[in-house]
Design a protein around this ligand. Structure first.
Ligand SMILES: Nc1ncnc2c1ncn2[C@@H]1O[C@H](COP(=O)(O)OP(=O)(O)O)[C@@H](O)[C@H]1O
Ligand SMILES: O=COP(=O)(O)O
Ligand SMILES: [Mg+2]
Length: 549
């Protein structure tokens, strides 16, 4: 099979204006970034405010292997298949982070004949949004450190500065660092600090949750960067660089538009991961995807216990979206992985699929299972999954979009359109704002993850008390945990029971509007693997791209 780069290089692509016109944009509406990508300014998007919303389809998955089970591939292939059916369709995806691109997973622009174009731009610098978010984050960090060094008028407790630094690279060596060395005149105040990856930055979450420029400013000002000596939160507003951050982010707030290999329009905006952040594309791109298309296909990161739960309980809660269908992507290889006995039994591995399908239904959203077919899958295995879904009473379709593009997604597109036409969705969040922080964490842990309970270790109890004292206890929770298990322990496969969720720390993202219980051994900046993708990527002297996928 050809590589993703070869397939994309051989594709005959129209400039972005053609795909944009399918959504009602004129060439003058576009702020071009080369021939194949554009930003759509918010002033243009407002033209569509009075339009009714199209249908909202979320693509999620079962708990994946480290490589991922094909949500992005399936999302793009479904968009292509719906386009072939004549549906006025748009996609809403996230921008890839260069952490995974050069780490374990690789890029996030789909694969095979289900790609967004051009993958070699989207997976790297794209239109600069991640660079802008990193710059804004680090400016705020520098301003906090400067405040400490120049008199500390706000009486910040140097041991309780919560705002760290960021970069879009997997760097385990920067997780915990000491800043301010070299003496007072050179380094300032020696303190422990660290880095998080840009996709875990609250700036990234705010960019993906803000619904307007004024909302962006409000949220940036609400960021809690530290606590003072009396334990009171200190905000970015008090530090005084919200305006400068607004300037840095002035273009990043506008959504990007690209296209599939088959010319279907796809918004790509926002880049939060779903294990250490809320894992969904921006409210702005989702809002206007619904205004400019009859069906919007968007993807929540990792499995349904992460990206889907956070889409429902955070994004839809804040933005008022009402999903009409959820596609649960499964693969034979991942189902086998979930045999708790480790013998690759499909029958026992179905436990994980069943739990995720059950969870989707808890939100009142009708599921469709997409079996993402890999070349090694046998007909018997595929039929066993289809039969199981029949017994489960959930619609199921084989997806061969990686190998065939939109043509391979026809069965899935038909199954999704049938659910949309039936209109049985009755969306609701899992819990009310009025629950306490611990009640919210308990609800997600027991209902969605299957935990028997929750235990708090480290600074978790103190953190919760501090957040409640700051009056932010009503915010939803955004659990940071491993994506390799429905539990907080990567080694537990299937649908484990009889375990407790361990919360070690609870952070407040006041600007994003959620609380982050940090669980198990999850880290907010990944490390590189023993054999990183970076070792197999090249750009030759004659301009060929090697190894990017
Ligand atoms: N059916 C398939 N056959 C071969 N490779 C696939 C298939 N589906 C996905 N992939 C590859 O697996 C990796 C993960 O796919 P992706 O869609 O990014 O998963 P997710 O979004 O769930 O993390 C990508 O490299 C993708 O090209
Ligand atoms: O946040 C993770 O997203 P993917 O599952 O699409 O890699
Ligand atoms: Mg993906």
């Amino acid at each position: 099979m050809k590589t993703d780069v070869e397939i994309a290089s051989e594709a005959c692509m129209e400039p972005i204006q053609a795909a944009a016109s399918k959504l009602g944009f004129t060439p003058d509406d576009l702020h071009l970034y080369g021939k194949y990508a554009a930003k759509i300014p918010l002033d243009v998007l407002k033209r569509f405010d009075s339009r009714p919303n199209g249908k909202l389809v979320l693509v999620t998955a079962i708990t994946a292997t480290k490589a991922g089970e094909g949500k992005t591939v399936t999302s793009i292939g479904l968009i292509e298949a719906l386009g072939r059916l004549g549906v006025k369709v748009a996609g809403g995806l996230r921008e890839p982070s260069m952490g995974p691109v050069f780490g374990i997973k690789g890029g996030a622009t789909g694969g095979g004949y289900a790609q967004v174009y051009p993958m070699w731009d989207i997976n790297l610098h794209f239109t600069g949004d991640i660079h802008a978010a990193s710059a804004a984050h680090n400016l705020l960090s520098a301003m906090v450190e400067n405040h400490l060094a120049k008199g500390n008028e706000l009486q910040i407790d140097p041991t309780r500065v919560t705002w760290k630094k960021t970069m879009d690279t997997n760097c385990r060596e920067l997780r915990n660092i000491v800043v301010g060395l070299g003496g007072k005149s050179t380094g300032g105040i020696p303190r422990e600090s660290g880095f998080i990856i840009t996709s875990a930055s609250e700036i990234s979450a705010i960019l993906a949750l803000a619904n307007s420029v004024s909302d962006l400013r409000k949220r940036l000002g609400e960021i809690v960067v530290a606590y003072d000596i009396r334990g009171k939160p200190v905000t970015a507003e008090q530090i005084g660089c919200v305006g400068a951050m607004m300037l840095i982010l002035k273009d990043a707030i506008n959504p990007n538009l690209v296209q599939t290999l088959e010319g279907d329009p796809v918004y790509i905006h926002g880049f939060p991961f779903a294990n250490i952040a809320h894992g969904n594309s921006s409210v702005i791109s989702t809002k206007y995807g619904l205004k400019t298309a009859d069906v919007l296909v968007t993807e929540g990161g990792f499995a349904a216990d992460l990206g889907a739960e956070k889409f429902f309980d955070i994004v839809c809660r804040q933005a008022g979206f009402r999903p009409d269908c959820a596609v649960v992507v499964a693969s034979v290889r991942a189902i086998k992985l979930h045999d708790a006995l480790g013998e690759e039994s499909l029958e026992r591995g179905f436990a994980n699929l069943d739990k995720h399908v059950e969870n989707i239904k808890k939100f009142g959203v009708p599921p469709v299972v997409a079996i993402n077919r890999f070349s090694i899958d046998t007909d018997e295995e595929i039929e066993a999954v289809r039969k199981h879904c029949g017994e489960l009473g959930v619609p199921c379709a084989i997806s061969e979009v990686f190998a065939k593009g939109g043509e391979g997604g026809n069965e899935l597109a038909q199954a999704v359109m049938k659910v949309l036409e039936e209109g049985k969705a009755d969306f609701h969040t899992l819990y009310e704002d009025s629950l306490t922080i611990k009640e919210k964490i308990h609800k997600v842990a027991t209902e969605i993850y299957g935990a028997s309970g929750v235990r708090y270790v480290g600074t978790a109890e103190r953190d919760i008390k501090s957040i409640e004292q700051s009056g932010k206890g009503n915010l939803p929770v955004c659990v940071a945990k491993t994506q390799l298990s429905i539990s907080d322990n990567p080694a537990l496969k299937g649908a484990p029971t009889g375990w407790e969720l361990e919360v070690r720390e609870v952070a407040l993202s006041a600007g994003a509007g959620f609380i982050v219980p940090i669980c198990g051994t999850i880290m907010l900046i990944p490390g590189l693997p023993t054999d990183p993708a970076a070792k197999h990527i090249d750009y030759t002297d004659d301009g060929k791209i090697i190894g990017l996928s």
